[in-house]
Design a protein. Sequence first.
Length: 285
Amino acid sequence: MSWSSIAVLGAGTMGAGIAQVAARAGCRVILRDLSDDALERARDSIDASLAKAISLGKATAEERDAALTRLEFTTSLDAAVADVDLVLEAVPEDLALKQRLFREAQAHCRADADFATNTSSLSIATIAAATDRPDRVIGLHFFNPVPVMKLLEIVRGEATRESLVDSARGLAERLGKTAILVRDTPGFATSRLGVLLGLEAMRMVESGVASAQDIDTAMTLGYGHPMGPLRLTDLVGLDVRLGIADYLFATLGSEAFRAPELLRRMVAEGLLGKKTGRGFYEWGS
């Protein structure tokens, strides 16, 4: 099944980005959040992102206008999911929240609607178990900023039907993304590797091996990474990284995923990275 209409549940950074790229690719998109304020922030974010794309010559005004005509905003879950091919959640990494959202959504959507979760580490099978259609649930892990990042990590759950994988690959191609397919394991491929590198970089700062900036420079200039692991942690959010690390440590049992005390202390002090103005780096307004 080709997904031509999508309900994106959650209008934060990831949800707004997913809605934008899907609308630009020709999909009808309904972006839903709990409040009008959240939707207004998402609308402003999408407008600013499209304006930047135009200024960089990556989009035209006509393409922007066409994308915006395909994009709807609502606070109603019923209105969002009632007649779409795909229900895609992009809410915070909280298992109970994702399960509850899917459980509520399935009561209002079509019997043939598929479900996707943008989780970066949680079990697809466990999320799917909250629905009456676990074979119609798949992981679609996008990366921030969605309009720029080219990767889409497709995660096949234990019960996910093969047709969903085909649909996911088709969507990736339509969005201009490169897809990888991974099995439903803790952290999948990207979060497991990325978090591991970030935690080790934090341990190096903690033990005085080098400064955060020098460690990041080592990875950007020495290994060709576009961004160092500590700067990336600031962009993702230290609290988000801590939550994923704790989950991976609990599920995999490897000491490599035990969060450093430095990370716990910084989170406790509210040093969460760019969103609070300070993490391993100072961030201006």
